[in-house]
Design a protein around this ligand. Sequence first.
Ligand SMILES: Cc1cc2nc3c(=O)[nH]c(=O)nc-3n(C[C@H](O)[C@H](O)[C@H](O)COP(=O)(O)OP(=O)(O)OC[C@H]3O[C@@H](n4cnc5c(N)ncnc54)[C@H](O)[C@@H]3O)c2cc1C
Length: 331
Amino acid sequence: MVLAFIEHVAGAPTMLSLEVLTMANRLAGEMGTQLEAIAIGPNAAAATGILSSYGVSTLHVADDGRLADYAPAAWAHAIAELVREVDPDVVIGTASDRGGEVMAHVATRMKLPMAANCTEIAPGDPFTVIRQRWGGSLLEEAHLKGTIKLLTLAPHALTAAASPSRTEVTTHAFSPALDDKDFRVRLQPQVEVDTGKISLAQARVVVGGGRGVGSAEGFAALEELAGLLGGAVGCSRAVTSLGWRPHSDQVGQTGTRIAPDLYIACGISGAIQHMVGCRAAKHILAINTDAGAPIVAQADYAVIGDVQKVLAAVNAEVRRVKAGEPSRSPA
Ligand SMILES: Cc1cc2nc3c(=O)[nH]c(=O)nc-3n(C[C@H](O)[C@H](O)[C@H](O)COP(=O)(O)OP(=O)(O)OC[C@H]3O[C@@H](n4cnc5c(N)ncnc54)[C@H](O)[C@@H]3O)c2cc1C
């Protein structure tokens, strides 16, 4: 059996967890076994509706009010206890900060090896994975040993896809024998901040700015384009180091991994540490004065020119099109 550890918000699985479910469902099919899931935290049982579209037969819900707050050791305790009870062949979670932390605790508790940040998984003997190392700048083939295979799936290693057929999901509530020591690290309280903006990780369009934008004020043109396209603004680490944008806007190895339909990289050189954060973008448009910049070679489209001049023209054109006025571009 394949067991997927699902992260969710009030029963709605996160995008990364839907990717995990897609991979887990595929894996269960290849192994000729069934897929079950575990979810922890408030309203976990509400996930059954969505899980039925991902081939899940049983949703295990840890039933203890103390698990409502994120507590990595306690969550791992619950998962490890369930794993001992149901004896899966594979346990897979997301390689998010939280997923990686909990799965590492599970591995330590159960004295099992774990493969983190996998992008491809081939069950069999040997059980083979391709996994990201060095923040995604290196791919490694590894053979995973251990009676139970513990894995995390790299963000955006595949596209989440619900199955057209639905399964009947049985809910199984269980009460792990938690210890006070499990709660020595506990996240509380959690404050929801509504910025009114689309999150970088979820945006379909991201307009990213680098040192070539020139100043914090120079981001006004990027903000305008993102607003016109219903997207979000991101940036490179050079920009956060300069204090032009907050770290929460940073794309890359030490920032957010994005997977938009379109990434517009403005005045960004395309360093490897930046590219690992945007390589899941379906299309990349680079705007750069240097035709030899690495980003230009990696982009689907490039405009060679000054970012402020190019964006002024692009924004004016998008505004015109949105207003239903005829385009001024040559026919
Ligand atoms: C351990 C580690 C982790 C890192 N993590 C990250 C990370 O998460 N994210 C990240 O981004 N970086 C990261 N970096 C830094 C990374 O190596 C690069 O230094 C950084 O991405 C460069 O930012 P940049 O492209 O904005 O600046 P630069 O490299 O200075 O490039 C600026 C670009 O702007 C162009 N330009 C200049 N003027 C204009 C203009 N007027 N119009 C148009 N184009 C113009 C230039 O031709 C150039 O291509 C990391 C580095 C390390 C060592």
